[in-house]
Design a protein around this ligand. Structure first.
Ligand code: NAD
Ligand code: IPM
Ligand code: MN
Length: 369
C-alpha cells in the first residue's frame, strides 16, 4: 500500500513552535514503531501572505486535497490584522475547511485528572469531564451570503453577514454527532437559538426528524445556545455530545477549553465525507490560535497540537494503539508535574515548549520499553 501522507501547515505565531514538537513525535513513531508518513510541509496564513501574497496558495490547496491528513498549527497575528478581509490569514484556514468540505469539527474537552486544579472551576465540577462538541464547520454565518460592508446614502456604513443552513447541512453533521454518541454515553444535546432565528428553527426540526428516522436509540435534547454556555460552566458533566452550528460551536468550544485547564490542551479533528477512494478528508488542528502574546518565547503549550496528531492516528490512520500511546505519554507527563506556564498549579514545575516535547519523548521511550 502507498505510504500514509501528511501535509504539515505550521502557520503563524505559536503554530510552528508547537508543530516542531509534533514533528519530533512523528519521527519517534517512525523510528520506534515503524509508523512512517510521507511528510510534506507548506505555508498557510500570514506566512503564506508574506511569501506569496495570499493566505493559501492554490498549489497548497491542491496538496491538501490529495493527502490522507492535514495537520495545521495556527494562523493569524497583529502583523496581518489590517489586511482586507479576503487576504487575512484566517481566510487560508476557512478556504481549507470549505474546499475540503470538512463539515464536522470534533472538539473533545477532556479534563486530565492532573489538571483538575488548573481549571478555573471547582475541582468537583470538572473532575472526570469528557465531553465532545461537534461544531458544524462549512456553513452558517461564516459563509452565508450576502455579506460585506456597504456605504449608506446618509454616510453611515452597514456590515452584513447571513446565517443560513440547509436541510442537508444540518442532517450530515447531525449524523456525525449521533454516531459519536453511540460509541460514548448515548446522549446528544443539540444547541441553537430556535427562539430567535429561523435557521435555528430549521436546525431543531431537522435534528428531531433525523433522530426519529435513524437514531432513536440515542437520547436527544435541545438547548438554547446561551443556556448551553451557562450550563457548560455550571455543570458540564451533564453533557456527552453537543452538536451545534459554526459560530455557537466556536464559542462553546473555547468555553469548554477552560474546563480542561487551558485552551492549550484542546485538540480538534475536522472531517468530511468518505470519497470514492475510501478516503475521508481530514484536517487536524488545535482549538487555540496563534497566541501572539506569547509567540516566539518558547512558552506555548504544544499538547493541543500533539493531541490533534493523536486524533489523526485514531480517526484517519486507524492506529488506535499509537494514539493511546501518545495520550498516555501526555497523561503521565502531566501526572509527573511537568507543566507549561498556562497549566501551572502549586507543586508543579514550569517548563518551556521544547522541554515539554523532551518530556513527552522520554515518556514515549519509557512506555515503549
Ligand atoms: P488565541 O487562541 O491565539 O489566544 C487566546 C489566549 O490563550 C492567549 O492569551 C494565548 O496566549 C492563550 N493560548 C492559546 N493557545 C495557547 C497555548 N497553546 N499555550 C499557552 N497559551 C495559549 O486567540 P486570540 O488571541 O483571540 O487570537 C490570536 C490570533 O489567532 C488571531 O489572529 C486569531 O484570528 C487567530 N486564531 C487562529 C486560530 C486557528 O488558527 N485555528 C484559532 C483561533 C484564533
Ligand atoms: C477556530 C478559530 C477560527 C474560527 C478562525 C481563526 C477562523 O477561531 O478554529 O476556532 O473562527 O473558526
Ligand atoms: Mn475559535
Amino acid at each position: 500500500a502507498a505510504n500514509k501522507s501528511i501535509l504539515f501547515l505550521p502557520g503563524d505565531g505559536i503554530g510552528p513552535e508547537a508543530m516542531t514538537q509534533v514533528r519530533r513525535v512523528i519521527e519517534w513513531m517512525g523510528r520506534e514503531r515503524s509508523v512512517s508518513f510521507d511528510l510534506d510541509e507548506d505555508l498557510v496564513g500570514g506566512a503564506a501572505i508574506d511569501a506569496h501574497g495570499v493566505p493559501l496558495a492554490d498549489a497548497t490547496m491542491e496538496k491538501a486535497l490529495n493527502v490522507d491528513a492535514v495537520l495545521l498549527g495556527a494562523v493569524g497575528g497583529p502583523k496581518w490584522d489590517d489586511l482586507p478581509f479576503e487576504k487575512k490569514p484566517e481566510r487560508g484556514l476557512l478556504r481549507l475547511r470549505k474546499e475540503m468540505e470538512l463539515y464536522a469539527n470534533l472538539r473533545p474537552a477532556l479534563c486530565f485528572e492532573a489538571l483538575v486544579s488548573a481549571s478555573s472551576l471547582k475541582p468537583e465540577i470538572v473532575s472526570g469531564l469528557d465531553i465532545m462538541i461537534v461544531r458544524e464547520l462549512t456553513g452558517g454565518v461564516y459563509f452565508g451570503e450576502p455579506r460585506g460592508i456597504e456605504e449608506l446614502p446618509d454616510g453611515q456604513r452597514r456590515g452584513i453577514n447571513t446565517q443560513v443552513y440547509t436541510t442537508n447541512e444540518i442532517r450530515r453533521v447531525g449524523d456525525v454527532a449521533f454516531d459519536l454518541a453511540r460509541k460514548r454515553s448515548g446522549h446528544v444535546t443539540s444547541s441553537e437559538k430556535a427562539n430567535v432565528m429561523e435557521s435555528g428553527v430549521l436546525w431543531r426540526q431537522e435534528i428531531t426528524k433525523l433522530h426519529q428516522e435513524k437514531h432513536s436509540d440515542i437520547k436527544l435534547d435541545h438547548m438554547y445556545a446561551d443556556n448551553a454556555g451557562m450550563q457548560l460552566v455550571r455543570n458540564p458533566k451533564q453533557f456527552d455530545v453537543i452538536v451545534t452550528d459554526n459560530l455557537f460551536g466556536d464559542m462553546l468550544s473555547d468555553v469548554a477549553a477552560m474546563l480542561t485547564g487551558s485552551l492549550g490542551m484542546l485538540p480538534s479533528a475536522s472531517l468530511g465525507d468518505v470519497d470514492a477512494n475510501g478516503r475521508r478528508k481530514a484536517l487536524y488542528e488545535p482549538v487555540h490560535g496563534s497566541a501572539p502574546d506569547i509567540a516566539g518565547q518558547d512558552k506555548a503549550n504544544p499538547l493541543a497540537t500533539l493531541l490533534s496528531y493523536a486524533m489523526a492516528l485514531r480517526y484517519t490512520f486507524d492506529l488506535a494503539e499509537e494514539a493511546d500511546l501518545v495520550e498516555q505519554a501526555v497523561q503521565n507527563v502531566l501526572d509527573s508535574g511537568i507543566r507549561t506556564p498556562d497549566i501551572m498549579a502549586e507543586g508543579t514545575k514550569a517548563v518551556s515548549t521544547s522541554a515539554m516535547g523532551d518530556a513527552v519523548l522520554a515518556e514515549l521511550d519509557r512506555l515503549n520499553g
